[in-house]
Ligand binder design. Structure first.
Ligand SMILES: C[S@@+](CC[C@H](N)C(=O)[O-])C[C@H]1O[C@@H](n2cnc3c(N)ncnc32)[C@H](O)[C@@H]1O
Length: 257
């Protein structure tokens, strides 16, 4: 199955809808609002003068938010529509950034540049069939001493939604609409893979990265799942049998050799 073509087509279609959505609020972003959340801002810290690679950057709001904070940024995404929109946004705002349309494994094979920071977030891992290759791409893109930062949806919620927690040999292939409020007519075939937390962590360790931080969070900055409840000052939470569900996790790892 040509999963890259299937997912590229779906993400091209989604991107066209996302740029007009309240969820992504491009107008507020153009007016100066950062699209980054407290979790990643606190974890990554000062990026001034740093060379930052953003994997699966979508249409670039987070990438350009890091640029606004002084980083020299490169964003990579499979969707040519997303990269086109990212370049438009960059030009409209007069920001400096390089956007590359590519599969991240292919990017990893071709890239020779070394980055101080590799960043990726919110809905990235499920699109990848193989995490050892993903982790190798991250490790080979980092300079010695460089940091990797991941903020990702917790797979516990996938389990509650009826998906496998543990990796399976076959992907899930489904017709799915997008997660923004203007999602009518966005149903497209998509191919995703289940990856457990231990698979993520072991892939990073096998690629030679040293894990310095791992944290799980019960509050989401995004209202993007069913049955979420807003808790003032915290974000959205989900209860299962009266207990909080872990909705996100974050990992910081370093290339030490
Ligand atoms: C949920 S979005 C990332 C969310 C991002 N944090 C945001 O909201 O701006 C997932 C992105 O992964 C990209 N993607 C999926 N498979 C990919 C692959 N193999 N290589 C590169 N990008 C990929 C999609 O095109 C999409 O833009």
């Amino acid at each position: 199955m040509d999963y890259l073509s299937i997912n590229k087509e779906a993400w091209d279609k989604r991107t066209k809808v996302h740029v007009d959505s309240k969820f992504y609020d491009v107008e507020a972003f153009k007016d100066g609002k950062s699209s980054l959340n407290r979790i990643e801002l606190e974890q990554v810290g000062n990026v001034e003068g740093k060379n930052l690679l953003h994997l699966q950057c979508h249409f670039g709001q987070d990438t350009l938010s890091w640029a606004r904070q002084g980083a020299k940024v490169t964003g990579v995404d499979l969707s040519t529509e997303a990269i086109e929109q990212a370049n438009k946004l960059k030009l409209a705002l007069g920001l400096d950034a390089t956007f590359v349309a590519n599969d991240i494994y292919q990017f990893g094979n071709e890239n020779t540049e070394k980055f101080d920071i590799v960043f990726t977030s919110y809905g990235v891992i499920c699109w990848l069939p193989e995490l050892n290759l993903w982790a190798k791409t991250i490790a080979s893109s980092l300079a010695i001493g460089g940091e990797f930062h991941l903020v990702e949806f917790h797979t516990f919620n996938d389990l509650l939604c009826g998906y496998s927690y543990f990796p399976r040999s076959e992907p899930d292939v489904e017709d799915e609409g997008t997660y923004t409020e203007n999602c009518d007519g966005t149903k497209s075939k998509m191919v995703t893979w289940a990856h457990s937390l231990s698979e993520v962590i072991n892939a990073l360790i096998s690629a030679g990265l040293s894990i310095e931080h791992f944290k799980e969070y019960p509050y989401s900055p995004y209202n993007c799942f069913e049955d979420l409840e807003y808790i003032s000052g915290q974000g959205y939470q989900m209860l299962h049998k009266g207990q909080q569900v872990p909705l996100f996790y974050s990992i910081k790892a370093r290339k030490i050799a």
